[in-house]
Design a protein around this ligand. Structure first.
Ligand code: 1QQ
Length: 394
């Protein structure tokens, strides 16, 4: 009797298990996905930076859906192109907010964030900035946070690394794009660092992010024989400025800011990109389970090591997903209307800690990222002058 009972119970258990799993599967398939907005630059010169963000966010979408989304409910990215200016970012934010997203990862530039973020603040939609590193971003409002460490803490590391590579540096030429909020913020940090390290700030040269000819600025600066040049701009202008510095004969070290932090500058300065030193808020070599997974997926897809902007966009989506899971565990999302979901999501985002490819991160009550580790990389161009890599030197 006992012997006959056990297999029956086992079969019953199997039946219930299969039934439960298939119900859950159907359940998950049937549920409306939770929409997360991604408003970054997919066109314009700023797409050199934004394209890497789209890739990172899409990897996160597939990765977290594979893991069951938000307690069985899938997430869906709603992509909107901000292009490169304020008007584009305002349009993208307006459209995406109306499309019932629970939160927004974006925009690409701080210059855009200062215009577009107030719309999200007004609509009470949480924003996680994947690459807004200027001073004052989280302070835009209660709903504005960032997963991108501010230049004020990241950028000084590049100058210190340059001094380690060349202890004879004394005179420094600084260049910055004066029409960009990030570049203006970053140059302040660079200039303060130069002075704090006892170096001579020989000259400060300004340009526009739309400029292509930097001969006047380069000529002025090189007349002072600096041993270090520091460039705060975006990818196309920054890459061209580096190229012209070398073409005009500059042989010292070059520190590039966050706007040059992409392999997409390689076609611009080509072989002359070689040696640019750039501070990093991410290292592909960070040996953590989530980064190893992210790195593997990225490498399989893109055939190269993942860059900072992709890792930060991944982290932005991740923070929303994990905060939604914690919220859903306490108050089931299906019992909440969209406005309440957005409000509570903002609270849960700020309250959590996250194991991301960037390392463990959390937030201050204002939405500033708390991140443990920063790095410095140097560009090494290959013989072909077209391809190259970021090698970590710190
Ligand atoms: C900012 C930045 C950009 C250069 C990143 C794309 O850091 O605008 O704040």
């Amino acid at each position: 009797m006992f012997k006959a009972y056990r297999p029956t119970r086992f079969i019953l258990f199997l039946f219930i298990l299969v039934a439960a799993l298939s119900t859950q599967f159907v359940f998950a398939q049937d549920q409306e996905p939770i929409k997360i907005g991604v408003a970054v630059a997919q066109t314009s010169n700023v797409a050199l930076l934004g394209q890497e963000q789209v890739i990172g966010a899409q990897i996160a979408e597939a990765y977290f859906n594979e893991k069951g989304g938000v307690n069985g409910r899938p997430i869906q990215l709603v992509l909107q192109d901000t292009a490169g200016d304020e008007a584009g970012a305002i349009n993208a934010f307006t459209t995406i907010i109306a499309d019932n997203v629970v939160g927004i990862v974006g925009p690409t530039l701080s210059q855009q964030a200062f215009s577009a973020d107030p719309l999200a603040e007004q609509a009470q939609v949480p924003v996680l900035a994947p690459s807004n590193t200027a001073r004052g971003i989280p302070e835009i409002g209660e709903y504005i946070g960032r997963v991108s460490a501010p230049v004020a803490v990241v950028a000084p590391n590049a100058v210190r690394a340059a001094l380690e590579l060349d202890p004879n540096i004394k005179d420094v030429a600084v260049f910055y794009a004066q029409n960009d909020a990030f570049a203006s913020s970053e140059t302040t940090t660079f200039q303060e660092t130069v002075t704090a390290l006892g170096l001579n700030l020989a000259t400060v040269q300004t340009f526009q992010t739309t400029d292509t000819d930097f001969s006047a600025q380069v000529t002025n600066a090189l007349a002072l024989n600096p041993q270090l040049a520091i460039v705060s701009g975006l990818a196309a202008d920054g890459g061209n400025l580096v190229r012209q510095l070398r073409e005009f004969g500059f042989t010292g070290l070059i520190v590039g800011g966050n706007g040059l932090n992409t392999a997409n500058i390689f076609p611009v300065c080509q072989a002359l990109c070689d040696g640019i030193i750039i501070a990093q808020a991410y290292s592909y070599a960070a040996d953590t389970p989530i980064n190893n997974e992210f790195r593997t997926i990225y490498k399989e897809q893109q055939g190269k090591e993942p860059p900072q902007f992709s890792a930060q966009a991944f982290a932005g989506v991740q923070v929303f997903v994990e905060a939604l899971i914690r919220l859903d565990n306490i108050v089931p999302l299906e019992t909440l209307d969209l406005a309440t979901t957005r409000k509570l999501l903002n609270v849960f985002v700020l309250a959590g800690g996250y194991e991301t490819p960037l390392g463990p991160i959390s937030f201050t009550p204002t939405g500033e990222i708390v991140q443990a580790q920063y790095y410095v990389a140097q560009i090494k161009m290959n013989e072909d002058g077209q391809t190259g890599v970021f090698t970590f030197i710190r």
